[in-house]
Design a binder for this molecule. Sequence first.
Ligand code: P6P
Length: 353
Amino acid sequence: MTNVEQSQAQNSALERDCRTLSHHVLQQFQSFSQEAQDLSAIMNRIALAAKLISRRLSRAGIMEGALGVTGEENVQGESVKKMDVYANDVFISVFEQSGLVCRLASEEMEKPYYIPENCPIGRYTLLYDPVDGSSNIDTNLNVGSIFSICQQEGNDVDGNANDLLQTGRKQVAAGYILYGASTMLVYSTGNGVHSFTLDPSLGEFILAQENIQIPEYGAIYSLNEGNFWQWEEPLREYVRYVHRNEGYSARYGGALVGDFHRILLQGGVFLYPGTVKKPEGKLRLLYESAPLAFLTEQAGGRATTGTQEILDVIPDKIHMRTPLIIGSRENVKLVESFMPAQSQETAMAHSQT
Ligand code: P6P
């Protein structure tokens, strides 16, 4: 390699290492407006939370407080892992004394957590699932954090955060962190979907991919077929179809973020449908399905309950659950083609609004 080529290679490596998350967020707004600076600062705090959680996960097997359960149950009635508590506290801690976020609504907390010193200065609310798929931790499989950022509307004087019961189209930003072979942060502020990889030697999230577009179609279908006996007949018909036709591959990791990330990059469809016993399904709208639906629509895909676009659903409570069918447009359309006519008409009407 000549000196010139070596210098060019060093410059391009330097340019790459300078494409950090906070710099990228400001670029999204192409201005230094208050909103741009707020979101850049909020994303920076989320990145700090991601680094703290990633660091503990990377040592889970050799340090206290990372593996196993607390013995408690959360508001969802699920067994709480030690990492769930740690990660939930991390997100709270990184926003205290930040002046940025006034409230945090989490899968792990029945009511939103208020940071009085930030209210009402910080007009933003963070909705998050601190560690999604935490049952994977004890077997060293991938887990994720999911986040959604909304602006506070009104003054929430009664502390019930009713202004959060709004459609996912009101999100100002959304994304997730995937704690996998590498730690990745994927986000959108409504101007495309962008991914960053944590460089532990720098302690920075470096831009990996800009304007990610989900393939129009993909071979992967991702759902827990152990629930087959609980599904409505139309969904069973869809699963029989992909079993009987060439060109489909089943992938299911049991952790939403990893399963979704695969679909985002390779195409296909992820499904967590309702069952006869639980028609609303398992996944929570405000801090699981809606943030991922925001990303999916930004990436050219679709996300539906089976009868309504996820981003059009208005929740009746913070921890509301909905069925989720999310991924490539053609794959979602194939799933819908097995739904009863009236559901298809409803879904079609919603998807064209
Ligand atoms: P099941 C993890 O508990 C989670 O909330 C999602 O991350 C994941 O997609 C789903 O539940 C897995 O649920 O019933 O297949 O174990």
